[in-house]
Design a protein around this ligand. Structure first.
Ligand SMILES: CCOC(=O)CCc1ccc(S(N)(=O)=O)cc1
Ligand SMILES: [Zn+2]
Length: 261
């Protein structure tokens, strides 16, 4: 029988004991995407993604996930089109994953969990002067979500995996000079989109979510490498960085649109 995730908030990292619901929150994330309830919108444009690999700065363990950060001081790595009215600048990408392959993603599709989920975080630099301000605004951020499923070895991901031992502990960072996050995107252009929020504090309702329909494949060793990271700093009692995903939030008065029929 497939074991459904029990309530893990008891033994979890303090973050995940954060308020599960935001008082007055009407557009919280993540959500379950019920495929048959999503509505095809012919007005949705293809998403245009152009990343400059040289904008990659460093990779670090922030105690919740590991993230790769980019130089967002100019419009060098951007996305435009799709559901977006402006172009958005790439700031960072990170992942969420489980202790075992049965769960780990934040969003689900027809209540199915994937073992992990990639988030590419962009902000609206056309309208807002800083990322920090964009985080507080309804149209401030655009996050591309990509599901990871267990399968073939992923060459592009391996570059990241090879760097993880060097950032095992919270607040460790290493320089990461050239990486093209486009290699982590599936070839299929299809996506779902809906108005949501950050899934970790400050949980602000500022995200236009763009969830790719097609997952990318990674192998068991690569997922295991994620699970070797620690929530804790060097010298503290070790706590493995696993199950760093937020529980599903109510859809409330929202429609998920699809770019495909
Ligand atoms: C200004 C302080 O705010 C931040 O740094 C927000 C960072 C942050 C970015 C993206 C996400 S996620 N999981 O919803 O893609 C959560 C948190
Ligand atoms: Zn995330």
């Amino acid at each position: 029988a497939t074991c459904t995730p029990k309530n893990r908030n008891d033994a979890l990292h303090p973050l995940w004991q954060s308020p599960l619901t935001i008082p007055g929150g009407t557009r919280q994330s993540p959500i379950n995407i019920q495929w048959r309830d999503s509505v095809y919108d012919p007005v949705l444009k293809p998403l245009k993604i152009s990343y400059d690999p040289a904008t990659c700065l460093h990779i670090w363990n922030n105690g919740y996930s590991f993230l790769v950060e980019f130089d967002d001081s100019a419009d060098r790595s951007i996305i435009v089109g799709g559901p977006l009215e402006n172009q958005y600048r790439l700031k960072q990408f990170h992942f969420h994953w489980g202790a075992i392959n049965e769960w780990g993603s934040e969003h689900t599709v027809d209540s199915k969990f994937y073992p992990a989920e990639l988030h590419l975080v962009h902000w609206n630099a056309v309208v807002y002067p800083t990322f920090e301000e964009a985080v507080m605004e309804g149209d401030g951020l655009a996050v591309i979500g990509v599901f990871l499923k267990l399968g073939a070895h992923h060459e592009g991901l391996q570059t990241l995996v090879d760097a993880l031992p060097a950032i095992k502990h919270k607040d460790t960072v290493i320089e990461f000079d050239v990486f093209d996050p486009s290699c982590l995107l599936p070839p299929c252009p299809d996506y779902w989109t809906y108005a949501g929020s950050l899934t970790t504090p400050p949980l602000t309702e500022s995200v236009t979510w763009i969830i790719k329909k097609q997952p990318i494949e990674v192998d068991e060793n690569q997922l295991e490498a994620f699970r070797m990271l620690l929530f804790t700093s060097d010298g503290e009692e070790e706590k493995r960085m696993v199950d760093n995903f937020r529980p599903l939030q109510p859809l409330m008065n929202r429609t998920v649109r699809s770019s495909f029929q």
